[in-house]
Design a protein around this ligand. Structure first.
Ligand code: PMP
Length: 289
């Protein structure tokens, strides 16, 4: 993720990654009380472009607000700093990780002071696997009565690590987590869609992180006249469907091979999902459809 020359933004300054110290007496380190984002930038004909920077930084601010973390940067300040970070590192196709942490304070009341870090690393190729084999996880997503599930909070990802590692230990690429009612929610780090008879289905909001990529899929579907429905459904309703994919900033649109060893049946190239995937890859690089 970083080398001796990598520059990060930390607490008001650009400095070498190796020189950014962290305070040991903080709620973020001890309790997972931090908020963050995952953003991508792409090389385009018009230079390096951060995809949906505004949406990501609006969400970061909203996450901080929901978690009572004081955070006073504006969206445009954050965007400018991120472009500067990319430029200082000479990155074009990159993954950007803004992180807001709280210290010094060890109490269980709201954060008093926060620190912004901006990290970036080069990321040109796609996701981990071409077509992912996934399993229904025994781990549930955090319950909305116990967590602010629509916020991107450090501590929530302990649940993601447990589910993802469990799936890998069992020979799968990823986990599909259900909500407390047994409905499909999302993976450890992406939203999910499945396709049946040309219509796409995705879990309704309430128990998921409402992804920015998920929103982009809705926009693409509307442009391409692909019907899409937000609804609650059980894993058995999507097993054996025509196709399915995960979507997220890092995952982009990644096809799923099977759920619980039951394959998705249609040739990917013949699906509406494939059209969405192609449109997404064009959109992030500012290419017209
Ligand atoms: N769900 C979870 C749990 C995630 O971590 C992510 C990645 N941020 C997503 C969904 C997809 O969100 P986005 O499209 O905004 O990256």
């Amino acid at each position: 993720y970083y080398s001796d020359n990598t520059i990060v933004y930390f607490n008001g300054n650009f400095l070498k990654a190796s020189e950014a110290g962290t305070n040991l007496y903080g709620q973020s380190l001890h309790y997972g009380y931090s908020v963050f984002e995952g953003i991508k930038s792409y090389r385009t004909d018009q230079g390096t472009r951060i995809f949906k920077a505004e949406e990501h930084y609006e969400r970061l601010k909203r996450s901080a607000e929901l978690m009572h973390i004081p955070f006073h940067y504006s969206v445009s300040q954050l965007t400018d700093l991120t472009y500067e970070l990319l430029e200082r590192n000479g990155f074009s196709d990159a993954y950007i990780r803004p992180l807001v942490t709280c210290s010094p304070n060890m109490s269980l009341s709201k954060g008093k002071e926060s620190y912004l870090s901006l990290l970036a690393w080069e990321w040109s190729n796609g996701y981990l696997a071409d077509k992912m084999k996934i399993m229904t996880s025994g781990f549930q997503r955090p319950n909305p009565k116990a967590f602010k599930v629509e916020a991107k909070v450090g501590g929530h990802y302990v649940n993601s690590i447990l589910a993802c590692q469990d799936a890998k230990d069992k020979g799968y690429d990823e986990a599909l987590l259900l909500d407390e009612n047994g409905n499909v929610a999302e993976s450890s780090g992406a939203n999910i869609f499945y396709e049946k008879d040309g219509t796409l289905f995705t879990p309704a909001k309430g128990n998921i992180l409402p992804g920015i990529t998920r929103q982009t899929v809705f926009e693409i579907c509307s442009e391409l006249n692909i019907p899409v429905k937000e609804t609650f459904f059980k894993p058995e309703e999507m097993r054996g469907a025509d196709a399915a994919f995960f979507c997220g900033t890092a995952a982009e649109i990644v096809a799923l091979d099977s759920l619980d060893d039951v394959p998705f049946t249609k040739n990917w190239k013949d699906t509406a999902s494939d059209k969405v995937q192609q449109a997404y890859m064009k959109r992030v690089r500012l290419l017209s459809l």
